[in-house]
Design a protein around this ligand. Structure first.
Ligand SMILES: Cc1ncc(COP(=O)(O)O)c(C=O)c1O
Length: 347
């Protein structure tokens, strides 16, 4: 049923990608006069006068290893936000095609769709923030090319039921994009373990959350080699800068530190989960598999302002469908969380 060529934008299939200087030259050389770089050096320090590897070979090899996929199944973006945008540009014809997303969810699917003049169809998640599968199946149209599922979902924090995602993967002839930005905080396995079962599966992950590298901007997409080749074809040639490539290469084998940080954040999340309900203004604390909590309070706007007056910034999410009266709180350090609890109790 799934046929990749039939859903790719014809101009993307036909076009020739940009060929960089470093694509055209392969081999050994000592003098590089091919890329109009500054051969005298760099004001920023070592090697930054040179363009970075456009194919991110070393990084992709290492990431493939730790994620247990093949390196041809890895795309790297300037944040996963870049991967979201490129998916839209590869598969959705402006003014003709559509994507489906499931609010309340991450806002960039909609922003990218608007930017690319792609129609957004929406089906609201149920009261317990799961997918109403039948309704989604009825809403999918021939021109729907992408279905975005965020799991664990931002801003609700919960994971989406595996069986429901599996049904949609089997029945939808477009791409199912599962955004796993928060997967490191969840107990459930990543959908990367199922990559070879579904030709229409795309998984997004990021170094911005558990890895603590939001400032470096490195996002990942995992999919079939054919889908990844399309994203690579249309990406800006040097989308991952040299500093990011170097710093992530150095950090990537510190998986013990990652594990410890994730454990501590999950532990802090559970402490907040236990403490918040005893605060008078708190009505509901939703279960979370992520590094934040969605909390329904008596007056979200007033709570937001009150916390701000105490120097604490949370996110007021009460404008999103299904999140009326809710604020979203990122899990902080032990001290920060204690300060937050004290402030909320004084509301
Ligand atoms: C669900 C989700 N996806 C993607 C992103 C963006 O990640 P990145 O920093 O890799 O662009 C975020 C950031 O908040 C997010 O919540």
């Amino acid at each position: 049923m799934f046929n990749l060529e039939s859903i790719v934008r014809p101009n993307v299939l036909k076009m020739k990608p940009y060929s960089s200087a470093r694509d055209e030259f392969k081999g050994e050389a000592s003098i590089f006069l091919d890329a109009n770089e500054n051969n005298l050096g760099s004001l920023a320090g070592e090697n930054y006068n040179r363009y970075p590897d456009p194919h991110q070979k070393k990084l992709k090899t290492l990431i493939a290893e730790i994620k247990d996929v093949r390196s041809e199944q890895v795309f790297l973006g300037n944040g996963s936000d870049e991967a979201i945008d490129l998916l839209l540009r590869a598969f959705c014809r402006p003014g003709k095609d559509a994507l489906l997303c499931l609010p309340p969810t991450y806002g960039m699917y909609e922003v990218s769709a608007n930017l690319n003049e792609v129609r957004i169809d929406t089906v609201q998640l149920t009261a317990d923030f799961q997918i109403p599968v039948q309704e989604v199946l009825q809403t999918l149209k021939p021109e729907t090319k992408l279905l975005f599922i965020c799991s664990p979902n931002n801003p609700t924090g919960n994971s989406i039921r595996t069986e429901d995602i599996e049904t949609l993967l089997n029945k939808f002839s477009g791409l199912v994009v599962i955004d796993e930005a928060y997967i490191d905080f969840a107990d459930t396995p990543s959908w990367t373990t199922r990559l070879n079962d579904f030709p229409n599966l795309v998984i997004l992950q990021t170094f911005s959350k558990a890895w603590g590298m939001a400032g470096l901007r490195l996002g990942m997409a995992f999919a079939s080699a054919e889908i990844i080749a399309l994203l690579d074809k249309i990406k800006p040639p040097y989308n991952i800068n040299e500093a990011t490539q170097e710093l992530v290469l150095q950090a990537i084998d510190k998986t013990e530190v990652l594990k410890d940080m994730v454990e501590e954040i999950v532990q802090e999340r559970e402490l907040l989960m236990q403490a918040l309900p005893s605060i008078q203004a708190v009505e509901t604390v939703y279960p979370s598999d992520a590094n934040f909590l969605l909390v329904k309070v008596t007056d979200a706007g007033a709570m937001y302002k009150f916390l701000l007056s105490k120097g604490i910034v949370v996110r007021n999410r009460s404008g999103l469908p299904g999140c009326e009266g809710c604020i979203r709180i990122s899990v902080g350090t032990l001290e920060e969380n204690q300060t937050l609890l004290k402030a909320m109790a004084a509301f």
